[in-house]
Ligand binder design. Structure first.
Ligand code: GDP
Ligand code: ZN
Length: 294
């Protein structure tokens, strides 16, 4: 029988057994343990019934991806929640998180939350950013957990998929999750600095059934940009999606001062947004710093 691992903590694995439509305790078979394989929420597994409450996990199907924080396999949508104010919108952070989504091969859904706090005078500024991201093919959704505005489109973007919420602390991830998933009851706005740090090492993740179809992880992840930790410097240029359209003289061009750089030429011609290029240089610098340290 086939199953989906919907919860995973230190010593407990819960498997939704599709054929039975029930959630049972999963116990990995010896050969999985022997191979040193780990099981993650989101894993597709093959199971055999042991008793009324337990299945043996025989094999883990090949994963399409695996994200580390929170540990989840096979995520299909990364909902990157940024806010307009409190915390203020940061395109550097957004670009870093987008690059992370590309690295882990998860389709990002960009959300600009707290739209209720946008004012008339913000309009031009907002339009400026929307144009940039729409131009690359990331279509930001404006939402508000207070007025409910834009929730229908967010719901549509994650319906039928395994979605993970990401983004800096305080942008409204838990508030949005609670609205989308009845019974989610995530704590909002009261995460202390200490707890915040603790959350990064959490290994407890539960996939909540989305009433409209699909699943949503109950633990938001990627609160920070950790690119330099995961990504080799030479990979970074490929994670800025629109850069891939341009060819450079050198195969491993870092798009700084190399001759005949297609990316820099596109920048000069206005086909690549300056803000994106500057974010790229920023994360490149961080990555090079990391290289020096190790
Ligand atoms: P998280 O850290 O990303 O999970 O953010 P929370 O969901 O805990 O929200 C942080 C704070 O922002 C809380 O005080 C929320 O009530 C508030 N908040 C969340 N969404 C919105 C929104 O759309 N508009 C406004 N004005 N406040 C919001
Ligand atoms: Zn180049």
């Amino acid at each position: 029988m086939e199953g989906l691992v919907i919860a995973r903590s230190g010593h407990r694995t819960e498997v939704l057994v599709r054929e039975l439509g029930t959630v049972l305790l999963g116990v990995p078979r010896g050969k999985i343990l022997k191979a040193g394989e780990r099981i993650y929420a989101g894993d597709q597994v093959e199971v055999k019934l042991v008793d009324k409450e337990t299945v043996a996990i025989e094999t883990i199907k090949e994963r399409r991806n695996l994200i580390p924080q929170p540990p989840i396999a096979n995520a299909e949508r990364l909902v990157i929640v940024m806010s307009w104010r409190q915390p203020p919108f940061s395109n550097k952070v957004l670009d870093g998180l987008l690059a992370q989504a590309e690295f882990f091969d998860i389709q990002p859904v960009v959300v600009l939350n707290k739209s209720d706090r946008m004012r008339r005078r913000d309009e031009r500024n907002l339009r400026y950013w929307l144009d940039i991201y729409e131009g690359i093919g990331y279509r930001p959704l404006l939402t508000s957990a207070v007025t409910g505005c834009g929730l229908d489109r967010l719901e549509e973007a994650i319906r039928g998929y395994l979605a993970v919420f990401a983004g800096p602390s305080g942008t409204g991830k838990s508030s949005l999750l609670n609205l989308l998933i009845p019974g989610a009851r995530l704590k909002t706005g009261e995460v202390s600095e200490k707890l915040e740090r603790g959350r990064h090492v959490t290994t407890e993740v539960r996939l909540l059934p989305n009433p409209k179809g699909g699943w949503v992880a109950d633990t938001p992840g990627f609160q920070k940009v950790d690119l330099p930790r995961w990504v080799a410097t030479e990979t970074l240029p490929y994670l800025f999606k629109e850069f891939r359209d341009y060819r450079c003289e050198y195969n491993n061009c870092l798009h700084r001062s190399e001759p005949n750089c297609g990316v820099r030429q596109a920048l000069e011609e206005g086909r690549i947004a300056r803000s994106r290029y500057e974010s790229y240089l920023f994360w490149l610098q961080e990555s090079l710093k990391q290289d020096e340290e190790v």
